[in-house]
Design a protein around this ligand. Structure first.
Ligand code: ARG
Length: 704
C-alpha cells in the first residue's frame, strides 16, 4: 500500500519571498536564503522518498510559490480539481499544474473563473476517506465546495477559517490515520468547531497550542503512523507518541517565511476512492435582493458584513447604483452558508435589513401546525420589531401586532387569512406558525442621506450620546414632546425608582400635569418611593431636601405601602387626601393610565401592582398601543420589556447612567431610537426647563 503512495513536489529553484499575500510574508521579502531553502527542501524530499514515490513538476521562473504543490489542486482517485488562486501573484502557476495533471492522465476539472479554491491547501481528506474537510474564509470560496462534492463524488464538510495567520486549512488542521485529528481550534469559528467535534471523538482530537501552531505543527505530512513536520514541542511529541505516532522533525524555516511548511510543499496524488462514499454537501445558496439607499445608508456594507460574520459567504451578482441623489440602488446578492442552520441565521438578519428573495425564487412561507398549546414548532421564525409580511397562497399578508420575539401565527378568519405576532404562551392548537425563513419580508423605510440629516432624531442616532450632547438631546426631545402633545399623540413613560431617588419625581410629575405623558409604566418601586416622597419627604429613607438618611427612614416605604393597602388603591389614597402630590398623584388626577408590574423583590406590594406577570405584560402592551414615543427613564428591566413589545417606527429615548443599558436599548438599528447616558434627575430637570422655554412667549419656536 505504502509503496503505491505518491507525492508531487516542486524543487525550489526559483523560490523566494517576492511579494506579500499572507501575514508570514510580511517583512520577509527576499529574506530567505536560497541555499538553506534548497537544503531544507532536499531533506524533506529524502524523508518522503523513504516512504513513497515523489514525482516532480518543473519549477518556473516568476512563480516562486510553485514549490507549494499542495496548492496545485485536489486529487481523489484519478480526478483532480485544479486550483483557482485567489491572488493574481499565484495565478501564473495554474497552467503549469494543469499541464502536469493532464500529462499524467488525470481527469481535470476547472472551476468557473472568479471562484477561488486553493486545492489541497484548503481541502483535506479524512484519512479513512469518509469525507473531505474543506476550508473557506481567506483563499477558497464556500461556493466552490458544491462543485468539488459533485466532481469528486464525496461529502464535503465546510470549515470556516478565522485567523489570517492560518489562511489555508492545512496550516491549522491535519487529519491523521486512525481517525485522529491534529488541529488548532482557535483558527476556526465556533460553528466549525462544533462540526469538528461532532465528527471527531474527543479521544481522537489532538488540539494544539498556539506555540506549536505558529511553528506549523499542523502543516504535517502523515504517512501511516509517521508525521513529518517542521517542529513540535515536547508536549506535542508526547501526545502524538501516546496516540501511536512517530514524529519526524525536519527544519523548514526558510519556507515558513512564505507561510508554508511540510504539507504545503507536497501534494498527495494518490488518494484512494471509497466506493461506498458519495457526494453530499450541506452548502446552501439563496439569492436575495436589497433595495434602498444602499450606499448612503451603509446598508449594503452592513448586509455583507452580516453574511460573513455569521459564517456565510456572498457574491454580488448585480448592483444597480441609483444615478440621482434621491434614487435608490438595488443589489442582488448570492448568499452561501455551510449548512441550513447557518443559512437561516444569516437570512433572518438579512430579512431584518429588508432583504427579499428574488421574485423568481419567491415562495410561500412554510407553515407548521401548533400541536401543543403554548409551544411553537421547533424551527419557528422569531419575529422582530420591523413591519413584516409573510407570503401565504401567493399573497403577501401583513403581520399584525408586530413585536419582537414572538412567533408569526396564521389563522383563517371569516375575513380571510390573518397573520399576527403571538407570544409562545398564546399559541394554540389550530394555529399555523411560520417556520424557516422562506416567504418572509420586512418593510424598511429607505432613508436617503438628506432624509436622515433632516430627521429630528438623526443627529443622535449614531449611537449613544456623550455627556456634552445631553443638552442637545434634551432640546430635541422637548421639541418632539411638544409636537406630540399638540397633535394629540401619545407618549408612554417607563420609569424606575431612580427617577425619584435622583430628585426627578417633581419634574416627571410636572410633565404629567402638563399633558406630556399619556401612560406610565413601571414597577412597584417607582410608585412606592414616589408616594413615600409625597407623604414623608424621603425616598428610600433619604431626605430629599437635605440629601441625608433619616433615622428609621428605611421603614418609611413599608409604612407607605401599608397605608395605601389600607386605602385599597393609589387612586383611593388620592381621593382621601392621603397622597397629595407626586407622579402617581398627577396620573390619578389627570386620568393618565398606569401599569405597575410586580417582581420578586417587591415589598407589599401596593394594591395596584400586578403580580401576575403575564397580566402585567398584557397591561403594558395595551398601554403601549399607538404610542408615538417611549421615554425610558432608568429602568433596565421595564425598558427592555417595553422595547420588545414596541414595533419599529416608535421613537424611543432611553436615559440611564449605565452606558450598557443605553446601548442595549437604543441599538435597534433605526433612527428613531436614541440613548442618553446621564443622571435621570438631571435629564428631567433640563427637559422641564426646556419645555418651559418652548412655551414662554419670548421663545421663538423652531417652526417660525
Ligand atoms: N506563499 C504561499 C501563499 O500564500 C504559501 C502557500 C502555502 N501553502 C499551503 N498549502 N498552505 O499562497
Amino acid at each position: 500500500m505504502t509503496s503505491q503512495l505518491r507525492f508531487l513536489m516542486c524543487a525550489p529553484d526559483h523560490y523566494d519571498v517576492d511579494y506579500v499575500i499572507n501575514p508570514w510574508m510580511e517583512g520577509n521579502i527576499h529574506k530567505s536564503s536560497r541555499d538553506r531553502a534548497v537544503e531544507q527542501w532536499q531533506n524533506l524530499h529524502h524523508i518522503l522518498k523513504d516512504h513513497a514515490i515523489v514525482d516532480l513538476v518543473n519549477p518556473h521562473k516568476g512563480v516562486p510559490d510553485m514549490v507549494f504543490t499542495a496548492n496545485a489542486g485536489l486529487v481523489l482517485g484519478d480526478t483532480v480539481v485544479l486550483s483557482r488562486f485567489f491572488h493574481k501573484e499565484r495565478q501564473g502557476e495554474e497552467p503549469y499544474f494543469k499541464e502536469w495533471f493532464e500529462q499524467k492522465g488525470y481527469t481535470v476539472h476547472e472551476l468557473p473563473k472568479d471562484l477561488p479554491f486553493e486545492g489541497a491547501g484548503d481541502a483535506l481528506l479524512d484519512r479513512e476517506g469518509r469525507w473531505l474537510w474543506a476550508g473557506y474564509g481567506f483563499r477558497s470560496e464556500l461556493d466552490s465546495h458544491p462543485y468539488i462534492a459533485k466532481w469528486l463524488d464525496i461529502e464535503v464538510v465546510s470549515l470556516r477559517l478565522m485567523d489570517e495567520r492560518f489562511y489555508h486549512l492545512d496550516t491549522c488542521f491535519c487529519p491523521l490515520s486512525g481517525g485522529y485529528l491534529l488541529y488548532y481550534p482557535p483558527a476556526f469559528d465556533s460553528y466549525s468547531n462544533r462540526v469538528i467535534e461532532m465528527r471527531v471523538a474527543p479521544e481522537k482530537r489532538i488540539a494544539i497550542e498556539e506555540a506549536d501552531a505558529v511553528n506549523f505543527a499542523c502543516n504535517a505530512v502523515n504517512i501511516d503512523n509517521r508525521v513529518v513536520m517542521n517542529k513540535a514541542s515536547e508536549g506535542l511529541k508526547k501526545r502524538l507518541a501516546d496516540a501511536g505516532f512517530e514524529i519526524i522533525e525536519t527544519q523548514l524555516t526558510e519556507f515558513l517565511k512564505a507561510g508554508g511548511a511540510a504539507k504545503c510543499l507536497t501534494l498527495r496524488v494518490t488518494e484512494p476512492v471509497q466506493v461506498d462514499r458519495h457526494a453530499t454537501v450541506s452548502v446552501e445558496s439563496r439569492t436575495i435582493r436589497l433595495e434602498g439607499h444602499l450606499l448612503d445608508s451603509g446598508l449594503i456594507n452592513r448586509a455583507l458584513d452580516l453574511v460573513v460574520e455569521n459564517g456565510g459567504s456572498f457574491q454580488v451578482l448585480n448592483f444597480n447604483l441609483g444615478e440621482q441623489k434621491q434614487s435608490t440602488s438595488m443589489a442582488e446578492v448570492k448568499v452561501s452558508a455551510p449548512s441550513h442552520d447557518v443559512m437561516e441565521a444569516i437570512l433572518s438578519t438579512l430579512i431584518d435589513l429588508g432583504a427579499v428573495n428574488l421574485p423568481q425564487d419567491e415562495r410561500d412561507a412554510k407553515l407548521e401546525d401548533v400541536t401543543q398549546n403554548g409551544v411553537a414548532p421547533d424551527d419557528f421564525y422569531v419575529s422582530t420589531i420591523y413591519p413584516t409580511e409573510v407570503r401565504v397562497n401567493g399573497e403577501w399578508v401583513k403581520v399584525e401586532y408586530q413585536r419582537m420575539d414572538g412567533a408569526i401565527a396564521i389563522t383563517q378568519t371569516p375575513k380571510g387569512l390573518v397573520a399576527r405576532c403571538k407570544l409562545l404562551r398564546d399559541l394554540e392548537v389550530g394555529d399555523r406558525v411560520v417556520v424557516d425563513v422562506i416567504g418572509i419580508r420586512t418593510i424598511r423605510k429607505t432613508e436617503s442621506r438628506e432624509q436622515r440629516n433632516t430627521q429630528e432624531f438623526s443627529f443622535m442616532s449614531a449611537g449613544v450620546s456623550s455627556e456634552r450632547r445631553v443638552e442637545l438631546v434634551v432640546e430635541q426631545v422637548a421639541w418632539e414632546l411638544r409636537q406630540i402633545r399638540d397633535r394629540g399623540g401619545k407618549v408612554v413613560v417607563t420609569a424606575g425608582p431612580v427617577v425619584i431617588h435622583t430628585g426627578g419625581g417633581e419634574h416627571l410629575a410636572h410633565l404629567v400635569r402638563q399633558g406630556y405623558v399619556q401612560a406610565l409604566l413601571g414597577g412597584n418601586a417607582i410608585a412606592v418611593h414616589d408616594i413615600e416622597q409625597s407623604m414623608m419627604g424621603t425616598s428610600l429613607g433619604v431626605d430629599m431636601k437635605r440629601g441625608v438618611a433619616v433615622r428609621g427612614g428605611h421603614r418609611h416605604h413599608l409604612k407607605v405601602i401599608n397605608t395605601i393597602r389600607r386605602c385599597g388603591s393609589i387612586a383611593k389614597a388620592v381621593e382621601q387626601g392621603i397622597v397629595t402630590g407626586g407622579v402617581l398623584y398627577e396620573c390619578v388626577r389627570h386620568d393618565i393610565p398606569f401599569a405597575l408590574a410586580g417582581s420578586i423583590r417587591d415589598d407589599g406590594p401596593l394594591p395596584d401592582t400586578q403580580m401576575d406577570l403575564i397580566k402585567a405584560q398584557e397591561e403594558y402592551a395595551q398601554l403601549l398601543e399607538g404610542a408615538d414615543m417611549v421615554l425610558m427613564l432608568s429602568s433596565m428591566l421595564h425598558s427592555i420589556g417595553v422595547g420588545n413589545m414596541t414595533p419599529a417606527g416608535v421613537k424611543m429615548v432611553c436615559v440611564d447612567i449605565n452606558p450598557a443599558v443605553v446601548t442595549k436599548l437604543s441599538d435597534r438599528g433605526s433612527v428613531e431610537s436614541v440613548g442618553v447616558v446621564t443622571d435621570v434627575g438631571l435629564f428631567l430637570s433640563l427637559l422641564v426647563q426646556q419645555l418651559d422655554k418652548l412655551t414662554s412667549p419670548y421663545h421663538f419656536a423652531k417652526t417660525v
